[in-house]
Design a protein around this ligand. Structure first.
Ligand SMILES: Nc1ncnc2c1ncn2[C@@H]1O[C@H](COP(=O)(O)OP(=O)(O)OP(=O)(O)O)[C@@H](O)[C@H]1O
Length: 365
């Protein structure tokens, strides 16, 4: 889950769709961001980009409707803010079924997830965010749920213990993760559909900006929308938060209409650069280049030097830097590319000679 924006624990705005239930979550909560909800697409047709994913989901939806059966269990993975929660919300709206939302860290023991399972109505959706953080014991508890729609409950203790099979209604589990690699094989295999969400193209983000400007009752020129899109790290959630900031800036400093010069000034003020990198992204590249001489270095060393959590780097900072090839991952750790040096206005070092050249003298010994 992104640290940039609030998590969603159900209870969307009134009229937000059929039967959305609130869910208890023990974690420290960021304040609910009603604005994020307001900008979220509600129907598949409103979803921008991710065309291949949307098409596969529309087929699953149609099959589910025609057969009168629940959707298959679906796993969404990808960096924060790319639309995992949005797709879950859209599927529940399209089918008109109940949606319950929770997250891996809130489900510490079997008793925490049991009410969701026993309360799930036929065809409904249970959305589990950060599913990679589900404890092993809870994970194993939901295997029979996902396969046979039953839970095995142990009653009593020791010699008197016995297992009772409790049948459940047929429903759908949608899991979301920023770390599909951390999911165990057996859990991953129980999802019939695996959908990976990719960063968005600038044109797609520009469309999202233009549509959401309308929802925020502001106006934006085409080139301003492009500028915002270019500076949003391929991420709709960032496009939304940057649009809100630029809108406020336009109201405070001009007549409220967002033009390209306004967008540029507002984003410069927020220290978002022309590539969309923010202070933390640049600090990452600077640390890698200045402290670790461009790498390779491990993410733990980077996190300790920058005094940030490893998860923040791996989940939020690195995916986009990798995608834009500012850094590469090697077996020995992260390494800055020539593009990273150039972005900071530094001269890139001579590339290392290829491995076999280094070894050559020995070949002739
Ligand atoms: N395909 C899309 N089209 C239009 N807007 C989108 C799309 N995907 C996401 N958004 C916008 O971005 C916001 C954030 O998306 P969402 O909450 O679904 O991300 P997420 O992948 O669930 O993030 P996290 O991993 O942090 O939970 C949404 O509120 C919505 O406004």
């Amino acid at each position: 889950m992104s640290a940039r924006e609030p998590i969603i624990t159900g209870g969307g705005p009134p009229g937000d769709g059929p039967g959305r239930r609130d869910v208890h979550d023990d974690r420290p909560q960021r304040p609910a961001d009603a604005m994020d909800e307001k900008l979220r697409p509600q129907r598949l047709a409103e979803v921008i980009g991710q065309r291949a994913v949307a098409e596969r989901l529309s087929i699953a939806l149609e099959a589910s409707r025609k057969r009168g059966e629940p959707l298959p269990h679906i796993l969404f993975d990808g960096p924060p803010g790319l639309g995992k929660t949005t797709f879950a919300t859209v599927l529940h709206n399209e089918l008109g079924v109940e949606l319950a939302m929770t997250s891996g860290p809130a489900l510490a023991k079997n008793a925490d997830i049991l009410p969701y399972l026993t309360n799930a109505s036929a065809g409904s959706i249970l959305f589990i965010d950060e599913i990679h953080r589900l404890p092993r014991v809870v994970e194993e508890f939901i295997y029979p749920v996902m396969e046979d729609f039953r839970v095995d409950i142990v009653l009593g203790e020791g010699m008197n213990a016995r297992t009772v099979n409790l049948p459940l209604k047929k429903f759908t589990i949608i899991g979301a993760t920023t770390r599909s690699g951390m999911l165990s094989g057996p859990l991953r295999d129980r999802f019939q559909l695996h959908e990976h969400l990719e960063f968005y193209e600038v044109e797609e983000l520009a469309r999202i900006v233009a549509i959401n400007a309308g929802k925020l009752r502001t106006t934006v020129t085409g080139d301003a929308a492009q500028e915002l899109a270019r500076r949003s790290r391929g991420t709709p959630r960032l496009a939304n938060s940057r649009l809100r900031w630029v809108r406020d800036y336009a109201v405070a400093r001009a007549d409220g209409h967002i033009t390209r010069p306004i967008a540029v000034d507002a984003l410069d003020m927020q220290e978002v650069d022309v590539e969309g990198l923010d202070r933390q992204d640049r600090r990452y590249i600077e640390t890698l280049i200045r402290v670790f001489r461009g790498g390779p270095t491990g993410v733990e060393a980077m996190a300790a030097t920058m005094n940030v959590a490893v998860d923040t780097l791996t989940d939020e900072v690195e995916p986009y830097l990798l995608r834009r090839e500012f850094i590469v991952r090697t077996p020995r750790g992260r390494r800055a590319t020539e593009a990273a040096y150039l972005h900071l206005g530094l001269e890139a070092p001579e590339p290392d000679p290829p491995f076999d050249l280094l070894d050559q003298p020995r070949l002739f010994e």
